[in-house]
Design a protein. Structure first.
Length: 366
């Protein structure tokens, strides 16, 4: 085995693609001496998260496809070509032993450049139905790590694939409720509903909770931790002023937020689901209606079928329906406990370690 492995991680844009990469990176560092480099964009969440974690980050120019908006995609072929050249130079400079892609538009040029240069490529897919990067690169990868067995049918039979679960960060469970509430200035004796819309927030969920706020403020046994996203926090703080509704723009310490949480109201991205099930947190999912291939609804349906969550689509949800559902869960300790247990049964806390071990074993044989 090489004394110091050089590995590039490509993936980001959103936390759903970035945090699985971080989880695998941290496990690789525990198991072997590594030099790690992340590649992403200046506009993605990785531009702030990765430097804060102490990792080096290189940028490529690429941006995502604006679905259904032809004019906004005019520059996409040029951005793709330039990003491929940028990735090639990054790889030539860093000389990695492997490149690991966790999805998102920023990962494709790096993975393709690595493949063309005969550097081992590994993919990690979060969703039941694979995204465009996994679809286009799986036949070129050494191994594809899947979060769900149901995803195998979408991957070529010739491709080596392992169902590992979706990797999550090992520090997520470090707070109990009392410690978490103290850290977040919440009341540990109240039930906490954690509302969030992903790493960037959700305007739809924000508007919904704003309409519910008056009724929720009357619930004496309830408090709301509401991560609005940076764009909307200031405006909502002006409009929603209740002592039991705590508005924050962004949660940097998700371990504390999850530790305080009795029930989540959120989108159903794959990484969110992996984190909730790792910790056994029940949820009410409101899937993002415009997610590619409707993958968020498919994710939510799976947990609903297992009894770990409820799901309300954007078309169905109205303030009264959500408030009634929250009451029925929060005020029923047995239901809350049952959902928590069923959620925890679906968790895969060892996923990142399994992936790291396999990558090291593959590279050891080369």
């Amino acid at each position: 085995m090489i004394r110091q492995l050089k590995i590039i991680f490509s993936g980001g844009g959103t936390g759903g693609h970035l945090y699985p990469a971080v989880a695998v990176a941290k496990n690789l560092e525990k198991k072997h001496r590594c030099s790690l480099l992340f590649v992403g964009t200046k506009k993605g969440i990785e531009s702030t998260v990765i430097p804060d974690l102490g990792y080096n980050l290189k940028h490529v120019w690429i941006s995502g496809i604006a679905r259904g908006r032809l004019f906004k995609n005019i520059l996409f072929p040029l951005k793709m070509a330039v990003s491929f050249l940028q990735s090639t130079f990054i790889i030539l400079g860093f000389k990695p032993h492997a490149v690991i892609g966790t999805g998102g538009y920023a990962s494709w040029p790096v993975l393709m450049a690595a493949y063309m240069m005969r550097i081992p490529v590994f993919l990690q897919e979060q969703n039941i139905k694979p995204g465009l990067v996994t679809k286009s690169m799986s036949s070129k990868a050494n191994t594809v790590y899947l979060s769900y067995a149901e995803t195998e049918k979408y991957i070529s039979k010739k491709t080596r694939k392992i169902v590992t679960g979706n990797p999550t960060r090992d520090d997520l469970g470090k707070y109990d409720k009392k410690e978490a509430c103290r850290f977040l200035n919440l009341d540990p004796d109240k039930k906490t509903v954690f509302v969030f819309g992903g790493s960037q927030g959700s305007l739809f969920i924000n508007n919904l909770i704003k309409k519910c706020a008056g009724e929720l403020s009357k619930k004496q046994n309830l408090q709301i931790l509401w991560a609005t996203g940076p764009r909307w926090a200031e405006e909502l703080r002006k409009d929603v002023k209740y002592s039991n509704i705590h508005i924050v723009p962004f949660i940097k310490n998700m371990a504390a937020a999850y530790g305080a949480c009795d029930l989540a109201v959120c989108r159903s991205g794959a990484t969110t689901i992996a984190e909730l099930t790792r910790l056994g947190i029940p949820a009410v999912f409101i899937p993002f209606a415009r997610a590619a291939d409707n993958h968020q609804q498919k994710n939510a349906e799976l947990l609903y079928q297992k009894g770990a969550a409820y799901m309300i689509t954007e078309k169905e949800v109205v303030p009264g329906k959500l408030i009634s559902l929250l009451d029925s869960i929060v005020n029923d300790p047995e239901k809350l406990k049952s959902m928590s247990e069923k959620s925890g049964n679906l968790g895969k806390p060892g996923a990142a370690g399994i992936i790291a071990d396999d990558i090291l074993n593959v590279l050891k044989k080369r």
